[in-house]
Ligand binder design. Structure first.
Ligand SMILES: C[S@@+](CC[C@H](N)C(=O)[O-])C[C@H]1O[C@@H](n2cnc3c(N)ncnc32)[C@H](O)[C@@H]1O
Length: 210
């Protein structure tokens, strides 16, 4: 089994439980919404949430009035669960794309995106070629004047999540990978308390493309 299929199986298994049993489940994505509000975007802009899982962020974005949402994940089970929940709760037909961020196919061909959202995904990519593919995708599809939001485990964060090793970050490391075309707008550290009471220090970053 190749790495992508192996990881898809791993993540599908992880989502075979209730949301509040997931170590990364966040009832209210307050810090993410705070940074997104700083972008002062029109409500019809194209927003792509990568490695979306079953996040409540989609509910919050719809509640705030955003109308043009795209969701990506490697796990088709996560996307099925999310799509069904959002259809029921918001009567919204969420556009879902099953694709691997480290070997993107369909994502490569998307029309330009105004806001890229990643919470707790980039830190799983350990190989340099996976990180390069991820950042190349951002550079390919994020529009001029578009925004990139990335929240990942901070340098003092946990070493593992969902049984997988992690690469931890600070804002300078993300800036270096994005390059000078992207300007840091805001960044802060935030310790997320997970559903089991564990402390999970994250770094939150928001960049704007020049
Ligand atoms: C820790 S979860 C975070 C989920 C969501 N962003 C949240 O904040 O609740 C990491 C997510 O990344 C997805 N993922 C992992 N590797 C991926 C890849 N190569 N391409 C796309 N998604 C991936 C997983 O399926 C999972 O949904």
């Amino acid at each position: 089994m190749n790495n992508s299929r192996h990881l898809k199986k791993h993540w599908n298994k992880a989502y075979n439980k209730d949301d509040n049993q997931l170590g990364w489940f966040e009832e209210n994505p307050t810090q993410t919404m705070q940074l997104i509000e700083e972008c002062k975007l029109e409500t019809n802009v194209r927003i792509l949430n990568v490695g979306v899982g079953t996040t409540t962020l989609i509910d919050s974005l719809l509640d705030t009035g955003y109308t043009n949402l795209l969701a990506n994940d490697l796990s088709d089970l996560a996307l099925e669960k999310l799509k069904e929940r959002i259809k029921k709760s918001h009567n919204y037909n969420l556009n879902c794309i099953t694709d691997d961020l480290t070997d993107p196919k369909e994502l490569q061909n998307l029309e330009p995106i105004d806001l890229w959202i990643d919470r707790a995904v980039l830190h799983f990519f350990l190989k340099e070629e996976e990180q390069t593919a991820y950042f190349n995708l951002i550079k390919k599809i994020v529009a001029k004047n578009g925004y990139v939001f990335i929240a990942v485990f901070a340098l003092d964060g946990a070493e593992k999540c969902c049984g997988l090793d992690l690469k931890r970050y600070n804002s300078d490391m993300i800036q270096n990978s994005l390059g000078s075309d992207f300007q840091l707008i805001n960044s802060f550290n935030y310790t997320f308390i997970n559903p089991f009471g564990g402390e999970r220090p994250y770094v939150y970053t928001l960049f704007k493309r020049q």
